[in-house]
Design a binder for this molecule. Structure first.
Ligand code: NAD
Length: 258
């Protein structure tokens, strides 16, 4: 019964930024597979909506309002997960991002802030959960990156460089925590979220420009990412320290509208 290895019953997953977009997609697949899911996001209303969707899978989920860039919020997230469910088996460091800024206008403070948002907070959460995963002798950590980490993108230097840092942290942590804890990264190509959908529906020709660059001829969706995450969380998964591209086969970065 090899597909049993995908079941997550009795396991507890923390997903940052799990109230919307890619994070909610991952949280939903893990909940459908039987995990208890703990999501953290900044907006209570988004969390309330997400919890209704997650609980519809029949399990238990918990929403924590907080900001991953604040260490005390990350501490509280892990503490509440442990108080509620008694364990943490999966950590998905999904929250992240950066706004486009032309190279000449990037301030040193902005670079620090983007590094903190894309790397340091993921490091903090990893450090907070690893002792508990070591206690149970099993754990899966998944960091969410972007193709931009390898190919760059217009006006996205800090995003590209900091996501590349997250990918390298994945490799180093995987060596450090093996064999009990696996650490992997999912690098996304273009993935349909509300924000992207809004852009595509308002900018004429945006989709037509992008699709020829994607061999599988469609934009990715959050379930594509969730299924990849589920595989990486499967019992005895023989993958660690790797960056898995979920991108429809893109060989280089695509530029919306360009
Ligand atoms: N959507 C894409 O096409 C795409 C492509 C490449 C990489 N990614 C990566 O995927 C991840 C998720 O992207 P998305 O498009 O779903 O993002 P999003 O902007 O839609 O945000 C998802 C969730 O994260 C929450 N969030 C944002 N900042 C937070 C913070 N400081 N603390 C706590 N929660 C916070 C938001 O409230 C939201 O609920 C990011 O790391 C992003 O870099 C996305």
């Amino acid at each position: 019964m090899v597909l049993e290895r995908l079941r997550q019953d009795g396991r507890v997953a923390i997903v940052t930024g799990g109230a919307k977009g890619v994070g909610l997609g991952i949280a939903s697949v893990l909940a459908e597979a039987g995990a208890s899911v703990v999501i953290m996001s900044r907006t209570q209303a988004d969390i309330d909506n997400a919890i209704v969707r997650l609980d519809a899978f029949g399990g238990q989920s918990l929403g924590v309002v907080g900001d991953v860039t604040k260490f005390e919020d990350n501490e509280r997230l892990v503490q509440q997960a442990l108080e509620t469910f008694g364990r943490v088996d999966i950590l998905v460091n999904n929250a992240g991002g950066a706004l486009p800024v032309p190279f000449e206008q990037i301030s040193t403070q902005q670079f620090h802030d983007d590094f903190h948002f894309n790397v340091v907070q993921a490091f903090q959460l990893t450090q907070l959960v690893v002792p508990h995963m070591r206690e149970t002798g099993d754990g899966s950590i998944i960091n969410i990156s972007s193709l931009a980490a390898r190919y760059g993108a217009d006006d996205m230097l800090t995003y590209s460089v900091t996501k590349a840092g997250l990918e390298q942290m994945t490799r180093v942590c995987a060596q450090e925590f093996a064999p009990e804890i696996r650490v992997n990264c999912i690098a996304l190509g273009m993935t349909m979220t509300d924000a992207l959908e809004g852009y595509i529906s308002t900018v004429e020709g945006a989709l037509a420009n992008v699709l020829p660059q994607i061999p599988l001829n469609r934009i990715g969706n959050v379930e594509d990412v969730g299924l990849a995450a589920l595989y990486l969380c499967s019992a005895g998964c023989y993958v660690t320290g790797k960056v898995i591209d979920i991108d429809g086969g893109i060989l280089r970065s695509v530029r919306l509208g360009g």
